[in-house]
Write a protein of this length. Structure first.
Length: 267
């Protein structure tokens, strides 16, 4: 018997008891001073949480320590140069609780989840990469292995429309359209009460509330809500609904040495 998903709590005005008093868009001004490489680290941490498994009751898990930092106003939480960057094609166990991963496997495979073959979970395990070869040669070998695995599992390669521009101009929009603060607000929707509490319900923000939180006072001439509906909201839907687009964009940026070392405000 499936666990019923609780009805969401809808926030419409700033006097709501669940209004995110911790959130200030001014705290995110510092993102413009990050290099693209540092910005990638911050973004990919949020994307890992955004794409984390959903439990049967509709709740997501998160990294509680870093989430507490965000709520205290520290928005740069993953750009320590000593920290290895998190790549979106790898499940980062330090970010996603093992319970969440277990629940995801159960939901997908039912009672047979314990019988999954290890090579299906880690298909490239045991393959040796010769790191003395040039990057292009290594990437070619990896692409061959991926194609063989897709063929074995009858999984076609996803095709992205040709009109998507996965370049630095699109990457800069991730900053100007405030994707990281938006993802933090979405994270709050799943983490507004401690995990051990039973009275959990997901939060939802109206577009009017999101426009107030994200745009602040930057739109005094045009109605703020109209600006959000026509530009910000469509951008979030487009960039987050197509994972292959976003992954291609981030992969292209990683290969651009100039962009990686350039501050976001200067791209």
């Amino acid at each position: 018997m499936k666990t019923p998903i609780p009805i969401s709590i809808r926030i419409k005005t700033s006097d709501h008891p669940k209004w995110p008093k911790w959130f200030s868009i001014k705290n995110y001004d510092c993102l413009a001073d990050l290099t693209a490489a540092q910005f990638l680290n911050e973004l990919e941490f949020r994307l890992t949480l955004h794409n984390s498994p959903t439990l049967p009751n509709g709740r997501k898990l998160t990294d509680s320590k870093r989430w507490q930092l965000i709520q205290k106003g520290y928005v740069i939480i993953n750009s320590n140069p000593v920290t290895q960057p998190d790549f979106p094609t790898v499940i980062a166990l330090n970010h996603v609780d093992l319970l969440g991963i277990t629940e995801e496997i159960k939901l997908r495979s039912g009672d047979h989840y314990l019988d999954l073959e290890p090579q299906l979970l880690m298909p490239l395990l045991g393959q040796n990469l010769d790191l003395t070869k040039p990057n292009k040669a290594i990437l070619g070998d990896c692409e061959f292995l991926i194609n063989q695995l897709r063929k074995t599992l009858s999984i076609p390669e996803p095709k992205a429309p040709d009109n998507f521009q996965a370049n630095e101009k699109t990457f800069k929009k991730l900053l100007t359209y405030k994707l990281i603060p938006y993802l933090d607000l979405m994270m709050y929707c799943y983490n507004h009460v401690p995990f051990y509490e039973d009275n959990w319900q997901k939060l939802e923000f109206t577009q009017n509330v999101l426009s107030e939180l994200l745009l602040g006072e930057e739109s005094k001439q045009d109605p703020r809500i109209e600006l959000y509906k026509k530009t910000y909201a469509p951008f979030y839907r487009k960039i987050l609904s197509n994972e292959s687009h976003l992954m291609q964009l981030l992969a292209n940026i990683r290969q651009n040495t100039w962009v990686l070392g350039t501050k976001m405000q200067d791209i």
